[in-house]
Design a protein. Structure first.
Length: 502
């Protein structure tokens, strides 16, 4: 059996460790890989653990667009076979918005429309040729958040090559996989079966009940990585002046300048950050942070009837991939505020990671909406959810936490918990007022459905805080120990989708 690993940015190092486990412990013989960053490509090319049959570097593919000639017939074939080119353009934060190489709120593409179309062409040609040459039995990918990744995902599915996608189920120390990035396909199938069974016949029913009960008694963030994000002090915006922070900034800037001078191949890559842009954006952000936005925040009144809308981190997949109809959060809040009953407010809380990036003009636009209250980012989202009448969200963790806490939810995007029968999805602006009214007056929340879904999630998931391993674990042996259960899950699904069960 042969797997094609799609290794998004620094996930390449996690993916490589998984490949070692899959080969040594689970008998998956061969691997090829599609990598995003040149550093990841160089690492995979020079390591001695696994001999990859083929490697394709996203940055190298993108760089060939300059010599590409627009081909209307090819573009027509692409749209006929794979869908609108815009879904592949819009998902890419660098190509479409110029972000990651520039800090938010920058949102201007460095490329013209024709250049973007030429990029789609070169990606399709190279990915199709790569799959023709490598002939993988399955594709293993992180959620496809770039043009090349989403094209490979789509082309593989079109060809009938099974795709196994990593999806975070937003539950502590749990990770799972799916055949679709916006749903938990195997969990959904198990949930459908659980709805037909008596509780005593449902695997891990008691454990699911205890998880939900424990969460309601003491809610916790789904990964240890995010625990520090809500521990903000009143002087947070001045932390960059601390000696340790200044030292870290100087080291980062030195590293960027060193790489820019000495790594000529990487300098031309479209994801490489120009040192001057880094310095300009960082200084601009720090000056903006000195002013802060604390004077714009409102008090949270738990006695006041309100709908809770937590802002999303940007740029992020929750907005650009899982929200196909609307990515402007101010527009969504305005639409929601017009849809709630008279006398009700919309409470908006900033994402803890975004307060240092978001410009004051963003908050001022929100403050212009009469029935909107802007809350401080350090407030507990759990407390706000408990006090709310309804949670409205694009596709983030707060929506799942609201489900666990027994609250009505409306989503504007495509998170996995849209499967739950009591979660309402809004895709038509004109219907939002009626949807809000229904969810406020008759949400039809079901503890029993929630328990059965969580039981399916536990049965089909793996014990692993993948973000913690990804961000902090440096010891390779400990990394493999923590990834062992996840590797076993991937192997089971690989055998399932390829028909090689053993």
């Amino acid at each position: 059996m042969k797997g094609c690993l799609v290794l998004q940015r620094r996930f390449a190092y996690i993916g490589h460790e998984l490949a070692i486990l899959l080969k040594e412990k689970h008998g998956i013989d061969e691997f090829c890989a599609y990598t995003i960053l040149r550093d990841s490509y160089d690492f995979l090319r020079t390591q001695k653990d696994i001999s990859y049959t083929g490697l394709l570097l996203d940055e190298e593919v993108q760089g060939t667009y300059k010599d590409e000639v627009l081909d209307p017939e090819l573009l027509q074939r692409i749209e006929r076979e794979y869908g609108s080119v815009w879904k592949f353009i819009d998902v890419d934060r660098v190509i479409r918005y110029g972000q990651l190489v520039r800090e938010y709120p920058h949102n201007t593409s460095p490329y013209s429309y024709e250049e973007m179309l030429r990029m789609v062409q070169v990606y399709v040609k190279r990915i199709e040729a790569f799959l023709d040459r490598e002939k993988p039995d399955f594709v293993f990918t992180y959620i496809p958040g770039a043009m090349g990744m989403l094209l490979l995902y789509t082309i593989a599915q079109k060809r009938g090559i099974p795709v196994i996608t990593v999806v975070f189920p937003l539950t502590r120390d749990l990770i799972t996989v799916s055949e679709r990035f916006e749903r938990l396909t195997w969990v959904d199938a198990a949930f459908t079966e659980n709805l037909k069974k008596e509780p005593s016949a449902i695997a891990r029913y008691k454990e699911a009940y205890e998880l939900i009960t424990g969460f309601r008694n003491k809610p916790v963030i789904y990964s240890e990585v995010y625990n520090s994000l809500i521990q903000h002090g009143t002087l947070k915006q001045f932390e960059f002046l601390f000696p340790a922070k200044v030292t870290r900034t100087v080291r980062s800037l030195y590293g960027l300048f060193y790489d820019w001078v000495n790594k000529r191949d990487a300098r031309a890559d479209f994801t490489t950050i120009h040192p001057a842009s880094y310095l300009f954006d960082r200084v601009k952000r720090k000056l903006r942070n000195l002013r802060g936005a604390r004077d714009l925040y409102d008090e949270c009144d738990a006695q006041e009837p309100f709908v809770f809308f937590p802002l999303h981190f940007e740029p992020e997949l929750a907005v650009y991939l899982l929200s196909p109809f609307e990515t402007d959060q101010v527009t969504l809040v305005r639409r929601l505020a017009r849809s709630v009953p008279a006398g009700m407010y919309v409470y908006v809380k900033e994402h803890p990671q975004m307060s240092q990036y978001r410009p004051r003009r963003f908050y001022k636009e929100l403050k212009k909406i009469p029935n909107v209250r802007l809350l401080r980012p350090e407030l507990s989202g759990f407390d706000i959810i408990r006090a709310s009448k309804l949670v409205a969200i694009i596709s983030g963790a707060a929506g799942w936490e609201a489900c666990l806490l027994g609250k009505a939810v409306i989503t504007f995007g495509e998170p996995f918990y849209n499967t739950l029968p009591f979660v309402a999805h809004s895709s038509t602006p004109e219907e939002l007022p009626a949807l809000v009214k229904k969810q406020l007056e008759d949400p039809q929340y079901s503890d029993e459905s929630m328990i059965r879904f969580v039981a399916a999630l536990l049965e089909d998931g793996a014990q692993c805080d993948l973000l913690q391993v990804w961000e902090f674990e440096r010891d390779r042996e400990r990394k493999r120990e923590k990834l062992a259960d996840f590797a076993a899950l991937v192997a089971r699904k690989a055998r399932l989708v390829t028909g090689t069960q053993r």
